[in-house]
Design a protein around this ligand. Structure first.
Ligand SMILES: [Zn+2]
Ligand SMILES: [Zn+2]
Length: 268
């Protein structure tokens, strides 16, 4: 495997759990560990990744569907959790912090298992929510999930990434007609909530550049959205910008997805 090859695997995504594996050479890290340690190990194994090969977990924010497996998984594998400062404080108060923790400020950069990691703040109703850009050589992957709006900070961070992992949470009509309480609907739609399909697709037309080869849509609501609907909207969006060549995927809640490998030749 060349130094600039990077493989992304969606181990699962949605309001009941999120975890993503990123591999490059011998480096393996997870973004989020929102499943039980046991479930996480099962999904990693199914993806052909030895759980004990994971070197660290990067955490986007403190919500259970992203953080619930962090303590047990990190402690069992004896690996560090990388988390934004206020998220660390919150998890500490909840007694959910693993033994090894690396704390960072949202907006900072650091080196992790051979990846250069850039962090950026996102707008969401959590303590200190962030997104990440992971770089290895000239290859880059950007991930932003659980965000009410994509502001200039998000755009600056994600523009030019070879691989984009981006939220497409709800279909507005399905959200409005759902049985969810009005307060919850309002929260989801707010700038501190989640990105709906329309906003997500509109945003992707800005974020996708010549360098982009893959888009994976994540955190699709099971009650207020539909995988097929998201895929159709994404295909329409890609067609509108003449980028049907992009590898497109929609992460699932119940199961892992096939890995996507990017190398600089552009081959999958
Ligand atoms: Zn979430
Ligand atoms: Zn969240």
């Amino acid at each position: 495997m060349s130094r600039q090859t990077m493989t992304f695997t969606a181990l699962g995504s949605g309001s009941k759990g999120n975890a993503f594996a990123i591999q490059s050479g011998d480096s393996v890290i997870l973004v989020d560990a929102g499943f039980s340690c046991r479930e996480l190990c099962c999904r990693l194994t199914r993806a052909g990744i030895a759980p004990d090969s994971v070197q660290a977990v990067l955490l986007t924010h403190d919500h259970t569907d992203h953080a619930c497996g962090c303590r047990v998984f990190c402690d069992k594998m004896q690996i560090p959790l990388y988390s934004a400062s206020l998220t660390v404080d919150y998890l500490d108060n909840m007694e959910c912090l693993p033994a090894r923790v690396f704390e960072f400020q949202a907006g900072s950069r650091f080196e992790l298992a051979g990846f250069e990691v850039s962090t950026f703040p996102v707008s969401h109703d959590a303590c200190d929510p962030v997104g990440f850009v992971l770089r290895k050589g000239e290859t880059s992957l950007g991930i932003a999930t659980d965000l009410g709006i994509a502001d200039d900070t998000v755009r600056n961070a994600l523009t030019g990434c070879n691989m984009l992992v981006f939220e497409s949470n709800y279909d507005l009509a399905m959200l409005e007609t759902s049985k969810r309480p009005p307060m919850l609907k309002k929260r989801i739609r707010s700038f501190k909530g989640h990105l709906g399909n329309t906003d997500s697709m509109q945003e992707l037309t800005r974020l996708i550049s010549e360098e982009t080869r893959m888009v994976t849509l994540v955190h699709v609501s099971r009650e207020c959205n539909d995988y097929t609907l998201v895929e159709e909207a994404a295909r329409e969006m890609l067609s509108s910008i003449h980028r049907e060549d992009l590898y497109l995927d929609v992460a699932r809640q119940e199961d892992i997805r096939a890995p996507f490998t990017f190398d600089r030749s552009g081959a999958q």
